[in-house]
Design a protein around this ligand. Sequence first.
Ligand code: SF4
Length: 284
Amino acid sequence: MSYQIDNLTAGEYRESLQADCANCFGLCCTALHIVASSDFAIDKPAGVPCPNLQSDFRCQIHSELRGKGFKGCTVFDCFGAGQQVSQITFNGQDWRESKQVAGKMFSVFPVMVQLYEMLAYVTEALSYQVPQDLYKELTHQLQGLESLTKLDADKLLALDIMEYRMPVNELLTKTSTHIRSTITNSIPNKRKLDYRGADWIGENAKGKDLRAADFRGAYLIAADLKDADLRAVDFIGADLRDANLEGADLSTSMFLTQMQINSAKGNKQTQLPSYLVQPSHWAS
Ligand code: SF4
């Protein structure tokens, strides 16, 4: 069973959910409120362009972000929400031309990011072999989310996002449980698999077989996962900042985002799902 959308399979559609900065009015560099930290060198209020944003909406320190204290910018992923807001919701209007448009666009952007994040997860779930009833529910959710992304600005601002997050979360959990159970049945010597919300900060799990483990919302900051087998692991919402993924196999890990990967350490030997790319700062 293969879900088709815009003549793409669910897997191809998931891969297409990428930021297209050339068609966005620098929304992530303007709309969001960012507090100074080790990830972002300055305080930036919401609605104020970052001083590094150029008039063509490119970042003037793009190639030096990490070295200049803006590491957080290398891990942000809008999943394509920026171009949707810029080109579809606001029909290509540049926020610099109207204060009213600017205010509304900056408020709509975080709403659209959340919708696109859910779209990414649901399309990923649809790319797996799941039971028919779950497939139908996921398809229904995907269609609902897609129609929400096409609403006008006022309707988007009136949405209660939590109302959509909860059923999506339930379906993703069902998908994860189903996919991981097909793997766990083949693992000899049953081992612990539930690490939801676990504190694995700095944990040494080098070379471990962690296939099909559930790391939903877990703290894996600076964990050593070098050469670990992380296939079919559920990483939704896990914090992977500075986790060592060198040589690790994440080729079939679930619900991983580019943002999580960009915040971790890895190398050319790290295997990733097809919809993610190796960050340029990873070692060779
Ligand atoms: S430093 Fe560059 S990427 Fe980061 S917010 Fe500023 S302009 Fe955007």
